[in-house]
Ligand binder design. Structure first.
Ligand code: GLA
Length: 398
């Protein structure tokens, strides 16, 4: 059972205006930021995300006597409908964002869970295309709704895995498990240490009030993100086969160096990112436990360099933001930072001294638009908790 949270009366009012009835079920699901361990969740690595203080919220009421899922949102003014009694195949479904929802519907139906017809309102403060997991939040929010409506709940990890499969099979993104795990399993004031090989998780406390996470979204999303993501994944599979191993966890820096002749130059660099990032992500967990913020910052810096040069998933706008953060440096309260998420646009994440947040944000913002033509969005966050079921005054009172 998910934790609960009182529904925002303003969202309830919007729902009533749109649908002319009161919502009965609801969920709010945070976005996530990944502190370190990038592009290694699909490579058996360990990753260290945290849920952030930006949420996707869904409110719903049953559509009596109807098998239709009717979705409205100010994010997607066109809205969408889905016949739950006869679901279409993903490639026929428009708008495209409904494919994530369709995947979740199909996942529950496959398990024999009856998803009733309902009217759903979606709103979100997670910027779309920002590398902060708005799509995983959408999947998990609908999964949470379907569980409330059907009275059948999966174990949290199963729920996250169902959502990952929805994204892989219905939205065509061969993603790892990080985003869905983070959206479901995160706890307040903790980083989520996920071992993507065993799917074990540990909650690592991050509650030092002097240190904060800053997110700087470049406001850019490049079209190649999905195709390049799939390409990187295939490159890694190929490199691993050439190395004669079945898991990247069995490949050390020494093994890789001695096998360099088996990989052409760019494949070698991809492999080097994976091997070094797996090591950095594991070292980072110790740094967080020991509150060694300078060390964690250095690991984040090194991660960015590896992602930009070896894995080649950064872009000019991300690199510009990172360069500005480096200039501010330790003297200005920046321990370190890097691109976060899939890359090719989206956000950077920073470990900073809390007291310097305002000044750092101003400096990162300054000149960014002039230089890149995009408006940056900056905000601080502490690690928040994962998916919550909404309660409504009527239901709590009864
Ligand atoms: C996207 C994917 C994740 C992960 C990151 C990169 O967010 O959904 O599974 O691979 O990219 O670390």
């Amino acid at each position: 059972m998910d934790a609960t949270f009182p529904a925002d009366p303003r969202a309830t009012e919007t729902f009533e205006k749109v649908f002319g009835c009161a919502p009965q079920w609801g969920a709010r699901v945070p976005g996530r930021v990944n502190v370190i361990g990038e592009h290694i969740d699909y490579n058996d690595g360990t990753v260290l995300p945290a849920a952030i203080n930006r949420y996707l919220t869904v409110l719903a009421a049953p559509s009596e006597g109807s098998d239709e899922l009717l979705v409205k949102s100010d994010l997607f003014p066109e809205g969408a409908r889905l016949n739950l009694a006869d679901i279409p195949s993903a490639q026929d479904l428009e708008p495209r964002w409904m494919r994530y929802v369709l995947g979740v519907v199909a996942g529950y139906q496959r398990l024999g869970v009856y998803v009733p017809g309902m009217q759903v309102w979606v709103e979100s403060t997670i910027p779309v295309g920002s590398g902060l997991s708005s799509s995983a939040a959408l999947e998990v929010a609908f999964a949470t709704l379907f569980e409330s409506a059907s009275g059948k709940s999966l174990a949290p990890k199963q729920k996250a895995l169902l959502c990952q499969r929805a994204e892989q099979e219905f939205a065509g993104v061969p993603c790892g498990i990080m985003d869905q795990f983070a959206c479901v399993l995160s706890q307040k004031d903790h980083f989520l240490d996920i071992d993507c090989r065993t799917l074990e998780v540990a909650h690592i406390p991050f509650s030092d009030p002097d240190v904060t996470l800053l997110i700087a979204n470049t406001g850019v999303s490049h079209d190649l993100a999905t195709s390049e993501y799939a390409k990187r994944k295939r490159d890694c599979e190929l490199a691993l086969r050439r190395l004669g191993r079945t898991s990247w966890r069995a490949v050390t820096a020494d093994i890789l160096a001695s096998a360099s002749g088996l990989l052409e130059e760019s494949l070698y660099r991809r492999a080097r990112h994976v091997v070094t990032e797996i090591e950095r992500a594991q070292t980072a967990v110790d740094a967080v436990r020991e509150r060694s913020w300078e060390e964690l910052g250095e690991l984040m810096d090194a991660s960015h360099q590896s992602l930009a040069e070896d894995y080649e998933v950064s872009c000019a706008e991300l690199d510009h933001m990172v360069a500005t953060g480096r200039e501010i440096g330790l003297a200005g309260g920046v321990y370190g930072g890097r691109m976060t998420g899939g890359g090719f646009g989206g956000s950077t994440v920073w470990l900073i001294r809390t007291e310097a947040a305002e000044t750092i944000m101003n400096r990162m913002d300054e000149g960014f638009e002039k230089r890149t033509g995009h408006v940056a969005e900056l905000f601080v966050t502490r690690p928040m908790r994962g998916a919550q079921t909404l309660t409504f005054p009527e239901t709590t009172a009864s």
